[in-house]
Write a protein that binds this ligand. Structure first.
Ligand code: DGY
Length: 320
């Protein structure tokens, strides 16, 4: 019987499903293991199921010659050294498609929260500071309806975000490595533009690009300087795609109006100055966090892992 390592705590149903076919070893905690701990626990395992916080670097693959597959419970896989996996003959899989709508919903929640200053208003009410009702100039926010939304990274999630904009009568601009098909552009009601034009014209800039060395600090001081002073930046993609220090400086100096951020470089640690900024809405990397979606991600990961262990091509192979 093949032995499978699950590197983070997952739903009991998932362990139960895996246990019907495999011997399962699990990390019982939510705390991610270090690469060294992962390699240690992988002894005798031919498969691993992991999350984006579990780092599979080259040392893990070098120390695990029996490993056949790392099945990431995520669409992103920047936690895995894919080149080292491929070199070691290890398949890497991910879970695309099943979290698009849920992540698009959270992106909109952050966009709206930042635009209408919901966390600020909530804190104000809870503190007991609301003494005068309906003050004409208090808590003025940004209109979302009829505004321009710019999306950088127009994969499945980016397109799901764009489709939601029609309910708000928005214009949608996008920038992507490759242009969408005419049909997809039509469905998203989106117009392709150069990145600088998108930054200059958008009232809301959403970053939805995967993290890689090529997208490291894709949005930094120079890009933020091209945005409108009234604009809001939303990042639900990956920490590291946005330069947190540059964003914090811009928010402090009022160079843009606000931000909604779900992912951070080095999370769960985050740039300390974020916490004191009233014009940023913060969430703890919860883009895919609904029970139904997290279950679908786990089921997809189980299907990928099972396929490899049974000698089939997994549905979502990253290193083809
Ligand atoms: C992903 O799927 O890449 C998410 O960031 C994990 O929730």
């Amino acid at each position: 019987m093949s032995r499978v390592l699950v590197t983070r705590r997952v739903f009991p149903e998932v362990i139960e499903a895996l246990s019907q076919r495999f011997e399962v070893v699990t990390n019982p905690d939510d705390t991610p293991w270090s690469p060294d701990q992962i390699a240690g626990h992988l002894a005798g395992c031919s498969a691993a199921m992991s999350t984006v916080m579990c780092k599979f670097d080259a040392s893990v693959f070098e120390r695990s010659p029996q490993l056949k597959v790392v099945s990431n419970i995520a669409v992103g896989y920047n936690n895995i050294d894919v080149a080292a996996a491929t070199k070691g003959g290890v398949r890497v899989t991910n879970t695309p498609g099943v979290l698009d709508d849920t992540t698009a919903d959270l992106t909109w929640a952050l966009l709206m929260a930042a635009a209408r200053r919901i966390p600020e208003g909530d804190a104000y009410v809870r503190r007991g500071d609301w003494k005068v009702a309906f003050a004409m100039q208090s808590f003025l926010g940004m209109d979302v309806h009829h505004a321009t939304l710019g999306i950088i990274g127009m994969g499945r999630i980016g397109q799901a975000i764009a489709r939601r904009a029609s309910g708000f009568d928005m214009a949608v601009l996008y920038n992507n490595r490759t242009r969408l098909s005419e049909a997809d552009e039509k469905r998203a009601n989106a117009t392709v533009v150069e990145r600088d034009e998108l930054l200059a014209r958008s009232d809301f800039v959403v970053v939805m690009a995967p993290y890689s060395p090529a997208t490291h600090h894709l949005i930094g001081a120079a890009e933020i300087a091209k945005m409108k002073r009234t604009a809001i930046l939303v990042n639900t993609a990956r920490g590291g795609v946005v330069d947190d220090a540059a964003l914090v400086a811009a928010l402090k100096e009022g160079r843009i109006a606000g931000a909604g951020i779900d992912v951070f470089e080095g999370e769960p640690k985050l740039h300390a100055d974020y916490l004191a900024l009233p014009n940023v809405s913060l969430t703890p990397h919860i883009g895919s966090a609904t029970r139904a979606t997290r279950m679908r991600m786990c089921e997809t990961a189980v299907a990928n892992l099972t396929a490899v262990l049974e000698g089939r091509v997994p549905p979502n192979l990253v290193n083809k």
